[in-house]
Write a protein that binds this ligand. Structure first.
Ligand code: DQA
Length: 145
């Protein structure tokens, strides 16, 4: 079975109880389950990794070069996660950047992402649906088992 890597950065493990007025009430588990249901038809399985530190996220990328693609919410590492960017530059498969909130409608420090130039696509502001749409996009575009 092929693996789709779901990578979530700092503070995304507490979704559901993290500023629900911004990030909603869905938990990371809810998101994982919705994505798993979505990709099952393609015979894919979700490998979900959420870490608070950049180094551990990098390890997860390096450990999953054999995945078919990835959905990445870097959290605040979008702003200055240069090592994460370098790790993603060496990730051999397409990946999509997702943000639950519309970062461009928020504080100006959230308007820059150091990883966006490397992403196959970017989805922001659609809440948990964004993760499912990213999975859909990868299922449509990735030529892999
Ligand atoms: C976020 C947006 C980031 O600016 C923030 O630091 C997060 C979550 C989002 O999903 O909307 O941690 O990536």
């Amino acid at each position: 079975m092929s693996n789709l890597l779901l990578l979530n950065g700092p503070n995304l493990g507490i979704l559901g109880r993290r500023q629900p007025e911004i990030y909603g009430t869905a938990t990371l588990r809810d998101i994982e389950e919705a994505m798993a249901a979505r990709v099952a038809a393609r015979g894919w399985k979700i490998v979900s990794v959420q870490r608070e530190s950049e180094g551990e996220l990098i390890h997860a990328i390096q450990d999953n070069y054999d995945s078919v693609g990835a959905v990445v919410n870097p959290g605040a590492l979008m702003v200055a996660g240069w090592s994460l960017r370098d790790a993603l530059a060496n990730y051999p498969r397409p990946w999509i950047e997702v943000h639950l909130s519309n970062v461009w409608a928020r504080e100006s420090f959230r308007h820059e992402s150091v990883i966006s130039p490397l992403a196959a696509g970017i989805i922001a502001g659609l809440g948990p649906l964004g993760y499912e749409l990213a999975a859909d996009a990868l299922m449509k575009t990735v030529t892999a088992p």
